[in-house]
Design a protein around this ligand. Structure first.
Ligand code: MRU
Length: 362
């Protein structure tokens, strides 16, 4: 299936894996060649590739590269290697459950086919990865369709981080809603929060939306509440990295603050994510593992210019958890889920999509 976004975040052709180095956007469009599982692990850790659904795809490609480089073997040897690769790649970043979700599928393919030759297992892995990629494109389209019904012509929408074509193999999660609204002929204005410390909103979302000719205004993160008070935001749409069974969800740091402000100002707050982002093994958001990153991300401006004394103590969580009570609805590929979330998630989840009960990354 064709990727429907103009930005292609990965290339997987003729036995090669190339990942768009998102740390160099918007100034340069450069792809990094990944030849080994370790190259993909590093690309994930360093945020060259990022965004929950895309992390799942990248991890699956890393698994494939690792498996491809095995010398041979059958049966238990292959299963042992599959377990090793899964454990290794899942350690790259802890919060997005899509990594564990995709790797579990890779391991299952190996377990089911371990009686076959390594080449035939590899072919089965390739088929599974294609399925994951195509499903992701389809899920983005569905989320866009469902979400766009909540967007009126002339709406002013706010988002954070990048939940777009750069974070999926399709048009994105939150941004797929904007793309669909635009396709339906609605005029929309988007505000992108810059998303300190790594500026995914400024570097990626503002760039991606401008490419798609969607009217986008960039703000610093601390300007959002004031914008809401001025009645300049009609709705907030964000992505997610992991959603617990009760609807609490982790997303880029700053999301919780936006949800609190949106509730205070009576503005609808929507989380857009596929079922591969649900972790039904967690009853609520308290157990979601939150990644803490390098203090240098905070003490410098995008690793270039120091903006704090070297002695400054730093706290740098990459994600926060928004309690479900602040969420108006969760938009998935299967439909829009409204409160009570626990009950409504269970009934939609139970109807088939993306079961990942055993997918805890930690
Ligand atoms: O640290 P990042 O850039 O990987 O964080 C990404 C986000 O928080 C996204 O909003 C989330 O993964 C959803 S992407 C469709």
């Amino acid at each position: 299936m064709k990727q429907n976004s103009k930005v292609i975040p990965f290339l997987w052709k003729e036995g090669r894996v190339r990942l768009l180095d998102q740390t160099r956007l918007p100034n340069e469009v450069v792809y990094v060649d990944c030849r080994r599982a370790r190259d993909v692990w590093l690309a994930i850790r360093k945020l060259k590739v990022r965004g929950a659904p895309l992390l799942g795809i990248a991890a699956a490609l890393g698994f494939w590269l690792g498996f491809k480089s095995l010398r041979g073997g059958r049966g238990d040897d292959l299963i042992r290697e599959a377990r090793r690769l899964r454990a290794y790649l899942v350690s790259s970043r802890p919060t997005a459950v899509n990594v564990a979700w995709a790797l579990r599928q890779m391991e299952e393919v190996v377990v089911h086919n371990a009686h076959l030759s390594k080449d035939r297992v590899l072919a089965a892995l390739e088929k599974k990865i294609k399925e994951i990629i195509d499903d992701d494109v389809r899920m983005c389209l569905r989320m866009g369709e469902h979400g766009a019904q909540l967007v009126r012509d002339g709406a002013r929408l706010l988002t954070v981080c990048n939940a777009g074509g750069l974070a999926t193999s399709g048009g994105g999660t939150a941004l797929s809603v904007f793309y669909r609204a635009q396709k339906d002929g609605k005029k929309i204005w988007v505000t992108a929060c810059e998303t300190r410390p790594l500026l995914q909103g400024a570097r990626l979302t503002a760039w991606e939306l401008a490419q798609a000719k969607i009217d986008v205004t960039l703000i610093c993160d601390n300007m959002a509440a004031d914008l809401m008070r001025r009645r300049a935001v009609d709705a907030v749409f964000v992505g997610a990295d992991r959603i617990a069974a009760n609807g609490d969800f982790a997303n880029k740091i700053g999301t919780y603050m936006l949800a609190v402000c949106a509730r205070h100002h009576g503005i609808p707050f929507y989380c857009v994510a596929p079922f591969s982002t649900f972790d039904m093994s967690l009853s609520d958001g308290r157990a979601i593992p939150i990644e803490e990153r390098d203090p240098a991300e905070v003490t410098s401006l995008y690793f270039r210019r120091p903006i704090a004394p070297p002695s400054a103590r730093v706290f740098n969580p990459a994600f926060d958890v928004t309690p479900h009570a602040l969420v108006t609805a969760i938009i998935t590929e299967k439909g829009v889920i409204r409160p009570p979330f626990g009950k409504n998630i269970r009934s939609l989840y139970g109807s088939g999509a993306g079961k990942n009960k055993r997918d805890r990354a930690r």
